[in-house]
Write a protein that binds this ligand. Structure first.
Ligand code: 3PG
Length: 305
């Protein structure tokens, strides 16, 4: 079988080696398409691939149509909003993700950005500390749980809301469960977003939601840019000079956000999962899942059942 690794944002070399060993060890062939800049390169590369490993690369119907032999796509990571899973299903292609494999990396970056934000991005002025601050975690999945774990070390007061996770499971971790999203924004000094981009969540973080935050509120977004209503957040940042927005996903309206100097920060590329460890864990898990699929028909992590 031919396994294509198609990563516009490549894995670390250590991860690529591990993927190669795993795939070739099972008797398959590995083909690499890294740092591609044109969609045509992807369309050409998938032509004879039986399996594909991607990161947040866009797998749209034209990519699927070009891949006549494709049987499985594994998204090395959590969010699969970049893949047309329904169309893949129509074409009998299994889509899987690798949940949990990169979550610590994303969670650590939350705190990297938060420390910078509360210290005024090291501009020389006195800042504040995270200890004792109320942290709200919106969606208590793999990343949310890692954020809670690290927040305990900072001595933060931790709250969470997850529409799909019972309050008892949140409380069991020593985290306060709140009744709904509004409560989280009302009560917390900092809200960290970990919701996926779905029809329900897209644009859901808007003016009204964020305006409920107490004075000095910070929104940190390592989830997806699509969950933010950018126009409304820009309007709110313009009206409330106490608020900050930090993210590792460059907003579409980046230039508008950059006007809020000292209150807005973005990494140039999505950096949350960009560590050697996360690349290794997610990449290797993806390779193992592909091998298990071809060997035993295993589809444990299928997201388009
Ligand atoms: C994920 O969904 O796993 C993260 O957003 C990481 O995405 P990336 O692999 O594109 O960095």
């Amino acid at each position: 079988m031919k396994v294509l690794v198609a990563t516009e944002k490549p894995f670390a070399a250590k991860a690529v080696n591990a993927i190669k060993q795993e795939i070739e060890g099972a008797g398959h062939q590995l083909v690499l398409l890294e740092k591609y800049t044109e969609k045509q390169q992807l369309l050409d590369a998938v032509k004879d691939a039986d399996a594909m490993i991607v990161r947040s690369d866009k797998v749209t119907p034209d990519v699927i149509d070009a891949a006549k032999n494709l049987k499985i796509i594994v998204r090395a990571g959590a969010g699969f909003d970049s893949i047309d899973i329904a169309y893949a299903k129509e074409k009998n292609i299994v889509v899987e993700n690798t949940p949990g494999q990169n979550s610590n990396a994303v969670a650590e970056l939350v705190f990297g950005m938060l420390v910078a934000a509360v210290r005024n991005f090291y501009n020389g002025k006195s800042g504040s500390e995270l200890m004792g601050k109320k942290l709200g975690i919106l969606a208590y999945g793999n990343v949310g749980r890692n954020v809670a774990r690290i927040a305990k070390g900072f001595g933060m007061d931790i709250y969470a809301y997850d529409a799909f996770c019972p309050a008892s499971a949140i409380e069991a971790d020593g985290v306060h469960a709140v009744a709904n999203q509004d409560e989280l924004f009302k009560q917390c000094d900092i809200v960290s977003l970990h919701i996926p981009a779905t029809p329900e969540t897209k644009q859901s973080i808007n003016y009204t939601v964020v305006n409920q935050m107490p004075k000095g509120g910070i929104v940190v977004n390592t989830a997806r840019k699509e969950v933010i209503n950018e126009a409304e957040l820009i309007k709110l940042l313009g009206e409330r000079e106490d608020l900050k927005y930090v993210t590792d996903i460059k907003p579409d309206a980046e230039a508008e956000f950059q006007k809020f100097e000292g209150r807005f920060f973005t990494t140039p590329k999505k950096m949350g999962a960009q560590t050697a460890e996360a690349n290794f864990n997610a990449g290797l898990a993806a390779a193992k899942q592909i091998n298990a699929f071809f060997k035993d028909g295993c589809t444990k992590f299928q997201v388009n059942k």
